[in-house]
Design a protein around this ligand. Structure first.
Ligand SMILES: *Cc1c(COP(=O)(O)O)cnc(C)c1O
Length: 374
């Protein structure tokens, strides 16, 4: 990895080639069409660049949580089918429908709103989302036949097109996911009997796409795995053949030689044991470095890895590097691709009692993203 450019304090390098390669790898592994999930600004990687990279890697559709995210992608020139599945109460879908955005529909009311957004020559395209046990949104089992029948009727009169039927798994255990899978198959049977002919059926996100082949239905929604991170606690990216796409790094902003007994950062959670060198890293919790990782985490400076010394502050934290030679301007890597020597994002997640998803997604707007290709 090249050094930081002069004047750059902190940055997240986004390897778009890695995103494309991950999608290509997962398409081959799952033998399925891929819906690339780029909600929450592409899990912090940038929605537009992530969508473009995923399409280059063979994804054929893009998924996001809400319509505003989908509209932003359309405005940026993404022409692939876009699906948005989380809506405000009472949402009006006129703008989304006019932009050709496909809507995930979780209730009778949403179905009506989608039909109302159709135009004479343009049925609104839908994916009916069904509840199979996650306990979030999705059409409840007892409402499914009513909603499906109405969707079929609206399709016959040209108001909607039911392009897909989908659900989402809890990843609680293989048995729980298999139970949800059976419910999904029953639901597909009901939909077919009522005359629905979806182009795609999709149930699996990254976890099941990799671990539960029967859940693929020829179409999988890829989120975390396409960014090169593992959806499994017990399996690494490398073991899955994935390349982490984000590297978070900063330039050491200050170096200070201090005696034994020096307190470090708010609350003096760390005190130096002997004369040592303290290096200041200009990334803090405003940038998504979790305060809960105070005293933990991992930072690679000059080929060695150190934990955070004391508290993570809003804008910065300190590393106690001992007698290791460190200079102002040296690269400090918080996480990246472990096969290239960077700490794993999971080290930070573990220190903060969270998951890799949350760490990358919360990297803040003050950290410039810079595209790289390996
Ligand atoms: C976020 C999300 C995904 C992607 O999940 P990953 O675990 O990141 O692959 C897929 N489907 C739905 C409905 C989601 O909300």
């Amino acid at each position: 990895m090249s050094a930081l450019a002069a004047g750059v304090m902190r940055e997240a390098l986004i390897d778009v080639g890695a995103i494309a390669a991950n999608v290509r790898h997962l398409r081959r592994l799952t033998e399925s069409e891929a819906i690339a999930v780029v909600k929450a600004d592409g899990y912090g990687h940038g929605a537009v660049r992530s969508a473009r990279a995923a399409l280059a890697g063979g994804a054929s559709r893009i998924g996001v949580a809400d319509v505003a995210e989908a509209l932003a992608l359309r405005r940026a020139g993404i022409e692939a089918p876009l699906l948005a599945w989380l809506h405000a109460p009472g949402a009006v879908f006129d703008e989304a429908a006019a932009a050709g955005i496909e809507l995930g529909i979780s209730s009778f009311d949403q179905l009506m709103a989608a039909a109302a957004a159709s135009a004479a020559d343009r049925p609104t395209r839908l994916h009916l989302k069904v509840e199979t046990g996650l306990g979030r949104n999705g059409i409840a089992p007892h409402e499914q036949s009513v909603v499906f029948a109405e969707a079929a009727r609206l399709e016959r009169i040209g108001k909607v097109r039911v392009a897909g039927i989908f659900s989402h798994l809890s990843n609680t255990s293989e048995a729980d996911d298999r139970a949800a899978l059976r419910r999904f198959e029953e639901t597909l049977g009901v939909a077919g009997a009522l005359g629905l002919t979806p182009e795609v059926r999709h149930l699996a996100a990254s976890h099941a796409a990799i671990a539960l082949p029967e859940s693929r239905f020829g179409c999988v929604r890829l989120g975390i795995a396409m960014y090169g991170l593992s959806p499994f606690e017990e399996r690494t990216s490398a073991e899955l053949g994935l390349q982490p796409a984000m590297t978070l790094r900063a330039a050491v902003a200050a170096v200070r030689r201090v005696p034994a007994g020096q307190g470090v950062s708010y609350g003096y959670l760390h005190r130096t044991e002997a004369e040592t060198t303290l290096a200041l890293v200009p990334l803090g919790y405003a940038d998504g470095v979790p305060r809960a990782a105070s005293g933990g985490g991992a930072v690679r400076i000059g080929g060695r890895v150190f934990p955070v010394a004391g508290r993570v502050a809003m804008d910065q934290f300190v590393v106690d590097v001992g007698d290791h030679p460190v200079s102002v301007g040296d690269e400090a890597v918080l996480f990246g691709d472990p096969t290239l020597g960077a700490p794993a994002v999971e080290t930070w997640a573990d220190s903060a009692a969270t998951i890799n998803y949350e760490i990358v997604t919360r990297i803040g707007p003050r950290v410039p993203r810079r595209e790289v290709a390996r």
